[in-house]
Write a protein that binds this ligand. Structure first.
Ligand code: ATP
Ligand code: MG
Length: 469
């Protein structure tokens, strides 16, 4: 089969190859995506001989300013040209030691290079050689698998996944990204080799998880991770949410599948990866708080609070960043039940102010999470809940317009308190600050300097403090 490679880059390479009597092929993701009609700017070239040498020659033909980045240890070279990233590597043959995903590499032929690729659809190559320019080289029927939407390994799946367990994560990620299925032998081999995922660095695992998160229906990835036994190893907290207990004929919902639904609902609304993590993890506190009360049935009291406390260890294990994104996810998990409490018509302004204060700028994301958390199969119920939350959003807007609580810092701060009473930092400063904050949130005083200052003077007096004149 002929592939139409029209970009000038390919002709430049063919010219060099024919002069030097070398051989070069486009291989991997670019070929796959080209055939799938997914435009891609990363192109991998495999060369019979030195990839670095060819890259240098290509760069000099593309223009004086075109630079080559050489990675000598890997025997690869990279050129950034226009918005392309061109990667050159010599054809190689690989063998693996049991305890490492780093192979022993030797020079090889293009066929041997195709054999070391993870999936048949990633082993497709297109010749850039003058005698058969544009011909698809497809020794493992990758084209057939592309048509049938199948993820399959070129060689024995057991060996393929055991050699480099990252491929287990990649198989699932590609299946979700491309909407393909992983063939049965692969699924079985992944299950059998699941423990080997432990030798992959956390960074590589999270890379794949985040690529799954970026798809339209990330739940599919987590279902596959579960089916292959990987989930229990990489995200045991999520796995623990699986299943339904029944007591006295009463069951609760399966919190794993519920969380996946919430995740898909969120993915339909936003690209915010951290909001997606919050959606996936919002109920992680449920298994350890599960309790059956003969009167009321299943309860998960405090799962919001406990769940938020569990997030840091999940982030640490997955090598997710521990800064503001972690705090954001913790905050959303902790507050995810609070808007429900505001649905009540008689809810006080003070309760609304308190949520605005605690959520700050993340209040909209919190509402988006709450709306995604509605997973009832009863359409009438869903409509009812959504319209309830619409009213909550309205209340939030009204109170915010009136009281400006979202990014509120009490108008009288510690500095002013210390200066007014001529005191150093001490317990009393904290007490006064807190009383002012609470009074504003409770609506006892307005959110302005004068009223806060008066309250400070009165509170100071009660504490035995005198203003210095
Ligand atoms: P994308 O860039 O969209 O993730 P890709 O297929 O280009 O997809 P890369 O990680 O860029 O993936 O790798 C380029 C090519 O290298 C792949 O198409 C595949 O042929 C090969 N490859 C990458 N990782 C592995 C691996 N772990 N085992 C075997 N072959 C791999
Ligand atoms: Mg790529």
């Amino acid at each position: 089969m002929q592939i139409n490679l029209s970009d000038k880059i390919f002709n430049v390479i063919t010219d060099i190859v024919s002069e030097k009597k070398a051989a070069c092929y486009v291989i991997g993701g670019y070929v796959r995506d080209h055939l799938l009609g997914r435009p891609s700017k990363d192109i991998d070239f495999v060369v019979a001989g030195s990839g670095i040498e060819l890259a240098k020659q290509v760069a000099s033909r593309l223009g004086k300013k075109v630079k080559v980045n050489v990675f000598k240890n890997f025997g690869t070279a990279m050129i950034k040209y226009r918005d392309y990233e061109l990667e050159f590597v010599g054809a190689r043959k690989e063998s693996y030691a049991r305890n490492s995903r780093k192979p022993i590499v030797e020079n090889g032929t293009i066929e041997e290079d195709q054999k070391r690729r993870d999936f048949t659809i990633n082993a497709l190559a297109v010749s850039l050689n003058p005698e058969n320019f544009g011909e698809l080289i497809d020794p493992f029927n990758g084209l057939e698998d592309l048509k049938n939407k199948i993820i399959r390994t070129p060689l024995d799946p057991g060996t393929t996944y055991s050699d480099d367990p990252l491929r287990m994560m990649r198989a699932i990620r590609f299946a979700v990204q491309l909407n393909f299925s992983v063939e049965e032998y692969s699924l079985k081999a992944i299950f059998e080799n699941r423990e080997r995922v432990k030798i992959i660095s956390g960074e590589r695992v999270i890379d794949e998880l985040n690529k799954i998160m970026a798809t339209h229906k990330p739940s599919q990835g987590y279902r596959l991770l579960d089916k292959t036994g990987l989930l229990e190893i990489i995200l045991p907290e999520l796995h623990a949410m699986k299943g339904v207990d029944v007591k006295e004929g009463k069951g609760h919902k399966d919190n794993f599948y519920h969380s996946l639904q919430v995740l898909d609902n969120i993915a339909a609304k936003t690209d915010n990866i951290w909001l997606k993590w919050a959606a996936l993890l919002h109920d992680v506190g449920k298994p350890p708080t599960k309790y059956y009360d003969p009167q009321t049935g299943w309860t998960f009291h405090g799962h919001d609070y406990l769940g938020s406390k569990m997030i840091p260890s999940v982030f640490r294990r997955l090598k997710l960043p521990l800064g503001p994104n972690l705090q954001y996810v913790q905050k959303l998990v902790k507050l995810h039940l609070r808007p429900i409490a505001l649905i009540d018509e008689d809810v006080t302004d003070s309760a609304v102010r308190r949520l605005l204060f605690e959520a700050g700028d993340d209040i909209d994301d919190l509402m988006t999470l709450c709306e995604a958390d509605i997973t009832s199969k009863n359409d009438a119920k869903v409509r009812q809940y959504l319209s309830n939350f619409k009213l909550v959003r309205k209340k939030l807007v009204e109170i915010e317009e009136k009281d400006h609580i979202r990014n509120f810092q009490p108008p009288v701060d510690g500095e002013i308190i210390m200066k007014t009473f001529g005191i150093q930092p001490c317990k009393e400063v904290g007490v006064i600050k807190n009383i002012i904050k609470e009074a504003i949130l409770d609506g006892k005083i307005s959110n302005n300097y004068d009223e806060a200052f008066d309250l400070m003077l009165n509170t100071g007096k009660e504490l035995g403090l005198k203003p210095v004149s």
